[in-house]
Design a protein around this ligand. Sequence first.
Ligand SMILES: NC(=O)c1ccc[n+]([C@@H]2O[C@H](COP(=O)([O-])OP(=O)(O)OC[C@H]3O[C@@H](n4cnc5c(N)ncnc54)[C@H](OP(=O)(O)O)[C@@H]3O)[C@@H](O)[C@H]2O)c1
Length: 326
Amino acid sequence: MKAITIPQPGDPSALVLAEVPDPQPGPGEVRVRVAAAGVNRADVMQRMGFYPPPAGAPEYPGLEVSGTVDQVGDGVEEWRVGDEVCALLSGGGYAELVCVPAGQLLPVPTGVPLADAAALPEVVSTVWSNVFMTANLLPGQTFLVHGGSSGIGTMAIQLAREVGARVAVTAGSAAKLEVCRELGAEILVNYREQDFVEELRTATAGAGADVILDNMGAKYLARNVDALAPNGRLVVIGLQGGVKAELDLGLLMRKRAAVIATSLRSRPADEKATIVAAVREHVWPLVSAGRVRPVIHGRYPLAQAGDAHRELEASGHVGKILLTVS
Ligand SMILES: NC(=O)c1ccc[n+]([C@@H]2O[C@H](COP(=O)([O-])OP(=O)(O)OC[C@H]3O[C@@H](n4cnc5c(N)ncnc54)[C@H](OP(=O)(O)O)[C@@H]3O)[C@@H](O)[C@H]2O)c1
């Protein structure tokens, strides 16, 4: 098969299309003929050499795909050759074929084209596991997501809106904030011009956010804790602003608040399967009903994965960038 390889980590030109051996499904695995693959910021980190695949994962980048089941391994009952699926991966999505544990597959939701379904598994699993399974966002609570126009952000806004939370976002331009508003965000903060702590306090009569989904890490830690409501939960999923910062435990204590940091990719297969099952139960009906949709910015052929990374890094996009594989 053809896959995107990284012979030498570096800039987007490090992504090289090459002929490589076809993967073979092991027991409990399914092989998918890939139609499309999602591009995620984690793939950029892997390309640069900072985020190696976990043990046992395929070495090629790519954390989510859509496609057609092409082979099933021993012991797989639920899936058949020819099923149209999308999948949460630990790696290997930038390829014509990928093997994945059966528990990480989802059917393509009704009404979503196969080529678009690759935009869903990683973002939906990340948002659902962190915002709902871990931070327990409830109806009527205030939810802040940083980078509201990102792949993660566009999904987080829609899901929080669907459970009846009040959604606040940060983004870097008025045009991006407008998209967030259309998706359901009510409190819009331009992080280049405004202080999100102040804006959130004003909009919530001083209460702050019950749950924050953060992509910035160190750079926003103190301000995020400041912006939390009593009993608030800050979930850090990105480190775009660095890894080390000072944490005011006194303030955290007074608020009885929690700071949590998670990585989906490093979770064991059984935890991923639990998340995927919850996504299927709670989110798939919303997608199939057309209430929640993948927001897709653009597509590149697999061979132009480097251009897709350039576009992601330039941060002009809103929502997801996909690779078209077949
Ligand atoms: N831990 C996990 O399991 C997990 C899983 C998936 C994703 N993630 C993380 O989630 C984040 C989003 O991923 P993605 O693939 O959706 O990436 P993406 O589409 O490239 O989004 C990156 C976002 O960062 C925003 N940003 C940049 N500087 C900012 C600032 N100072 N304040 C607020 N926002 C800022 C950008 O906003 P503008 O474009 O408006 O400038 C953009 O929306 C990434 O950090 C990624 O690593 C983590």
